[in-house]
Each structure stands twice: as structure tokens, then as C-alpha cells.
Write a protein that binds this ligand. Structure first.
Ligand code: PMP
Length: 296
């Protein structure tokens, strides 16, 4: 088990407890129906100590995800952030991935939750998609229709779509999937948002059919600082394949370049792409090396 050992602590409903011996109910509504919400957050070992990147944004999104699916969120965000830092400290983690999850008590009906729990765990996690350029396969699965679910919420059950798409791509020998939306516009990866570069400008799918990534928002902020033009819109697969370069971004994936879509390679050398520039800028930002960013 790469996530915990006999000493690992987690935060569960207000208390720190041992991961190995803390249990939950097998009749829970989240286990049976995927009715819960979660976050993925990274902490970095910066020059001024361990910093949880965009902690407020992530806990705000957790709150919003819960509210969008009618799970009451009674937690104080500042307190959750404080507990998150304590969690890293008790586990001697300086850089880590944090996974808060809000899940529901036993309830076999499809009505509102009987009770709500929060758990936060943390572990050391390398870059989710590795550091090599990715070979993507266009998925036979599309992202869920926003009229079927709350696509902007990070809801447990939605990840069945991501798991199906990832496994399909991997079974075909690709690194990762690319999902279209129900109108056949390019949407996102199973756990990351997409940007592509054409003639020195960036393009990214607009909000509406994708998870509003915190890394996506960070990349857009960085582009403002670096004077890179970003367009948000609806783009079809031909436009993407015709691009000069592309990358995925997300908390777990960070910024990772894409080599090819369905074996059609991008022509621009990754080292010369805006994605590469943003990959460095992102790294500097999370590590709080602002000066390096300004000097680039
Ligand atoms: N899209 C999906 C479907 C995701 O699961 C994630 C990861 N949370 C992202 C995009 C990227 O979001 P973020 O940058 O907030 O991690």
C-alpha cells in the first residue's frame, strides 16, 4: 500500500487518527452511489517551508462541489487549511498530495444524506502522468453531459467516466485519454485540463463542459503575467490536431506536454513551446521562486 503505513495519521471528523485502524461504515451512501465530493491538493517544500498550493481555492471548490449536489458543508475553510498543515506535520511530509473527501453516512435511499463526514489524508506522490511527453488517445467515452450531472463539481461518482477513459487508453497502449464533450468539442483529460498552442497563442476549452481546474486558472494567470494570449472557446478535434503543441495541466499532473493525439504528432519542439515556458513558470510559482519567474 503506497498510501499509508502503520504510523500514518489522517484527519477524520475533527480528530487525527491512525489510517491503518480507522474504519467507516459499509452501508454508506457514498460507497454505494458515489454520492460524495473530494479534492486533490499539492503541498510543496518551498524556500519558506511547506506551502499548500492554492489551499483556499481547493477547499472553496470542495464546499461548492458539496453544495451543488446538496451535501451540507458545515466546515470552516480556514480551520480545514490549518488541520491540513498539521496533518503534513504529524506525518513528516514536506511535499505531498492531500486528499480531502466529504462522504455520507449509511443511507440506502436516494434521498438527502443522513449525516456527513470529512476525511483528509496525505501521501508522497510523484507527478501523476510522469515527465515524458504524452501519447493521447481520443476516447470513445465523452465527458458527462452537464444536464445529467454537475460537471463543475468534483464528485466521487463522476470519476467512473475518468476511470473508463483512462483504462481504455492504457489498454490500447497510450499514456492517457482525451475526452470530447457531448457536442464533439474537445473537453479535457480524465484528470487534467487541456491547452493547445497555435501561432504563438494559447487555446483552452471554455468552462461549461469541464471541471474548472485550479491549475487551468493558474496557467491563465501566469499567461497574463508573461504576456501570452489565451483564448477560451469551443474547439473541435481538427483544430487541436492542427495545433503546434499542447499540454495537460492539473494539480496531480502539474504541467505535462503532449506528444501526439491518436499518433498524430505535434510539430513544434516541446522545448520551444509555450507549454514548456509555462511548465517552468508553474514550477517556480508552486515553489515560490518568484524571482526566477521574473527573470525569465
Ligand atoms: N479535470 C478533471 C476531470 C480533473 O479530475 C482534474 C483534477 N482535479 C482537473 C481537470 C484539473 O483540476 P485541478 O487543476 O483543479 O487539479
Amino acid at each position: 500500500n503506497p498510501y499509508y503505513n502503520e504510523k500514518t495519521m489522517l484527519f477524520f471528523n475533527g480528530k487525527f487518527k491512525k489510517a491503518a485502524t480507522t474504519t467507516t461504515d459499509l452501508y454508506g451512501q457514498t460507497l454505494h452511489y458515489g454520492y460524495g465530493a473530494f479534492e486533490g491538493i499539492r503541498a510543496y517544500n518551498t524556500s519558506s517551508g511547506t506551502k499548500i498550493f492554492k489551499a483556499t481555492e481547493h477547499y472553496e471548490r470542495l464546499k461548492k462541489s458539496c453544495e451543488l449536489i446538496n451535501i451540507p458543508f458545515q466546515y470552516n475553510i480556514d480551520e480545514l487549511i490549518e488541520r491540513s498543515y498539521e496533518l503534513l506535520e504529524v506525518n513528516n511530509l514536506t511535499d505531498a498530495y492531500l486528499r480531502p473527501i466529504v462522504f455520507c453516512d449509511p443511507n440506502m435511499s436516494l434521498s438527502k444524506p443522513n449525516g456527513v463526514n470529512i476525511m483528509i489524508c496525505a501521501w508522497k506522490w510523484g507527478t501523476y502522468l510522469g515527465n515524458n511527453l504524452l501519447n493521447l488517445a481520443v476516447s470513445s467515452y465523452c465527458r458527462p453531459h452537464p444536464k445529467s450531472i454537475k460537471i463543475e463539481a468534483k464528485v466521487c461518482g463522476h470519476y467512473i467516466n475518468s476511470i473508463l477513459a483512462t483504462n481504455e487508453a492504457k489498454n490500447k497502449g497510450f499514456d492517457e485519454a482525451l475526452l470530447l464533450d457531448t457536442d464533439n468539442f474537445v473537453a479535457e483529460g480524465p484528470g487534467a485540463n487541456l491547452f493547445f498552442e497555435k501561432k504563438g497563442q494559447l487555446f483552452t476549452p471554455q468552462l461549461g463542459n469541464i471541471l474548472p481546474g485550479i491549475t487551468r486558472a493558474t496557467i491563465i494567470e501566469l499567461c497574463k503575467k508573461l504576456d501570452i494570449k489565451v483564448h477560451e472557446g469551443q474547439y473541435n478535434l481538427e483544430q487541436l490536431v492542427d495545433a503546434d503543441a499542447a499540454f495537460y495541466c492539473g494539480t496531480a499532473a502539474e504541467v505535462v506536454g503532449i506528444r501526439a493525439i491518436d499518433e498524430k504528432e505535434f510539430q513544434l519542439d516541446w522545448e520551444k513551446s509555450l507549454g514548456k515556458k509555462l511548465q517552468s513558470a508553474y514550477k517556480n510559482l508552486v515553489l515560490e521562486q518568484e524571482l526566477v519567474l521574473q527573470n525569465q
